[in-house]
Design a protein around this ligand. Structure first.
Ligand code: GLP
Length: 239
């Protein structure tokens, strides 16, 4: 696992964008694994800028990590709405080539199986990750088995609390989500985890220096052959 220390959020976003754009330049049909949360937003802004300057996403496909159960495209709080708002609606990607789990599916088990099959059929050149302050990746909370595939999770109180800032009322934060599993995250050829801010410092430390343990889902990246953690000064502080 490689760790890149950058000065601030701007640099973090630039490093992330450079890696993603590099993959598109290598292969115009690259499959990108994408993440939500506030951390990758600066990187998405730079991808939008790159698209305006000639980098085409026309043949690119995307697979997102997760979605809240019971939220879909009609909800502004869903991850599908987030991705449209922060990226997809501003680049030349074919929206049919963008994929997220369907949080509104009637049969969630069937939806998990459908999404797992899609992941298997679409090998990712790169998977972008954020980091929960408890070390979660996607919505794989501590104690999620490393061999997990796409599944429904009950979010921890800490995650509900951390994500409440993005909702008008804390009561509106869904308690369940569908997430890509850890084994599936690890199948991406390259993994780039972005971590910014002092509230991620503990999780960054555990991921990089801690033992590889299901107690810290991000520590699994130590076992990946091409994983990069990009951390700004505050997130890097305990290393
Ligand atoms: C959510 C998402 C994660 C994300 C995390 C951190 O829980 N499911 O994929 O990494 O939030 O979010 P932020 O980047 O806003 O700190």
């Amino acid at each position: 696992m490689k760790v890149i220390k950058v000065k601030n959020y701007e640099e973090l976003s630039a490093v992330g964008a450079e890696i993603v754009i590099g993959e598109i330049k290598k292969n115009a049909k690259a499959v990108l694994g994408l993440a939500t949360g506030s951390t990758p937003v600066g990187m998405y802004d730079l991808l939008i800028k790159a698209c305006r300057e000639g980098v085409s996403f026309k043949n690119v496909s995307t697979l997102n990590l997760d979605e809240y159960v019971s939220l879909g495209a009609d909800s502004p709080d869903s991850y599908v709405s987030f991705m449209r708002d922060k990226l997809f609606d501003h680049i030349d990607i074919d929206i049919k080539n963008t994929h997220l789990p369907d949080g509104n599916a009637d049969d969630l088990d069937k939806e998990c199986a459908r999404y797992s099959a899609l992941i298997a059929a679409m090998p990712r050149a790169v998977q972008v990750l954020g980091l929960g302050r408890n070390g979660h990746i996607g919505f794989n909370e501590p104690n999620t088995p490393f061999d997990s595939a796409t599944h429904v999770v009950e979010l921890t109180a800490d995650t509900v609390e951390a994500n409440a800032r993005l909702f008008e009322r804390k009561e509106d934060v869904p308690r369940f989500a569908i997430t890509m599993g850890i084994a599936e995250i690890m199948q991406a050829k390259k993994i780039v985890l972005l971590a910014s801010g002092a509230n991620k410092a503990q999780a960054v430390y555990a991921a990089v220096k801690g033992e590889v343990s299901e107690l810290c889902p991000a520590s699994v990246l130590q076992r990946h052959g091409d994983a990069v953690i990009v951390a700004d000064e505050d997130a890097y502080a305990l290393l």
